[in-house]
Design a binder for this molecule. Structure first.
Ligand SMILES: Nc1ncnc2c1ncn2[C@@H]1O[C@H](COP(=O)(O)OP(=O)(O)O)[C@@H](O)[C@H]1O
Ligand SMILES: Nc1ccn([C@H]2C[C@H](O)[C@@H](COP(=O)(O)OP(=O)(O)O)O2)c(=O)n1
Length: 236
């Protein structure tokens, strides 16, 4: 007797939440485990911010940012084991993590023309992945609410600011003194406030998203829970 192994049903998963809740690590882990594609939408906003700074455009000059929104070509590679991001063919994966971009990204990403441009890119990447493989995990701030409101599964990650600051500060290495933790926490909270209070598609939990506090969970435990939710969705 011949057994037919059918391809898994493609699923589109939206993972949102504030900085340091574990969106990138969780999304990459889940996508790698299930052979899915992965899209880091924050990297796209960082990439266009990097380009604006390189052009000498002031991130606070909303009109200038809007006028240039369509100019750079931004390409995201969606392999969770080796995600890539280029701007006009230049690999920007390292410089987009620098302090200059981090300090400017909330202003640039609040401009409606920037959001329209980047949202269009995100939707076409998600559509392509869902049409050609087992699906995609897309992480950001407004994926469940705006970019992919029909996603098969929406997850909103949270964690206390102290936990998130300790995680972010840990990434930088070196001694973890109280002053450094307090400064990291203040930066995170400032960015969360800006991202949540902007008019255009703010950071928000979708009404139908599952909320998961990652504060007391290891990364492996968070990945396990999300994988279980996806498998449950596939078998429903
Ligand atoms: N559940 C977890 N427990 C402990 N550390 C975690 C957990 N999830 C993520 N991290 C660590 O926290 C930091 C921030 O995670 P990241 O995935 O970049 O968050 P986000 O994408 O939400 O900003 C990384 O150093 C990551 O390894
Ligand atoms: N879907 C998204 C993703 C990110 N952004 C903006 C707001 C965030 O502060 C920046 C950077 O996002 P990123 O996910 O790289 O930030 P962290 O990894 O949390 O430091 O981009 C957004 O407006 N919408």
């Amino acid at each position: 007797m011949r057994t037919t192994v059918s391809a898994p049903t493609p699923v589109v998963v939206a993972i949102d939440g504030p900085s340091g809740t574990g969106k990138s690590s969780t999304s990459k882990g889940v996508a790698a485990r299930l052979g899915m594609a992965y899209l880091d939408t924050g990297a796209q906003y960082r990439a266009i911010t990097w380009w604006m700074l390189r052009q000498g455009i002031d991130p606070a000059d909303t009109a200038a940012v809007a006028a240039a929104a369509e100019k750079p070509e931004i390409v995201s590679g969606t392999d969770p084991l080796a995600p890539t991001i280029t701007v006009d063919g230049t690999d920007v994966s390292a410089p987009i993590r620098g302090a200059e971009v981090t300090g400017a990204v909330s202003a640039v990403s609040a401009v409606p023309e920037i959001r329209a441009r980047i949202t269009g890119l995100q939707r076409s990447i998600a559509e392509g992945a869902a049409a050609s493989g087992p699906g995609i995990v897309v992480e950001g701030r407004d994926i469940g609410t705006t970019v992919l409101p029909d996603a098969d599964l929406k997850i909103f990650l949270t964690a206390a600011p102290e936990v998130r600051a300790a995680r972010r500060s840990g990434e930088l290495g070196g001694p973890q003194d109280a002053a450094r933790l307090a400064a990291t926490r203040a930066d995170l909270v400032r960015r969360d406030t800006a991202d949540s209070s902007r008019t255009a598609s703010p950071l928000a939990r979708a009404g139908d998203a599952v909320e998961l506090d990652t504060g007391d969970l290891t990364l492996e435990q968070v990945v396990e829970r999300v994988v279980a939710m996806i498998e449950e969705r596939r078998s429903a």
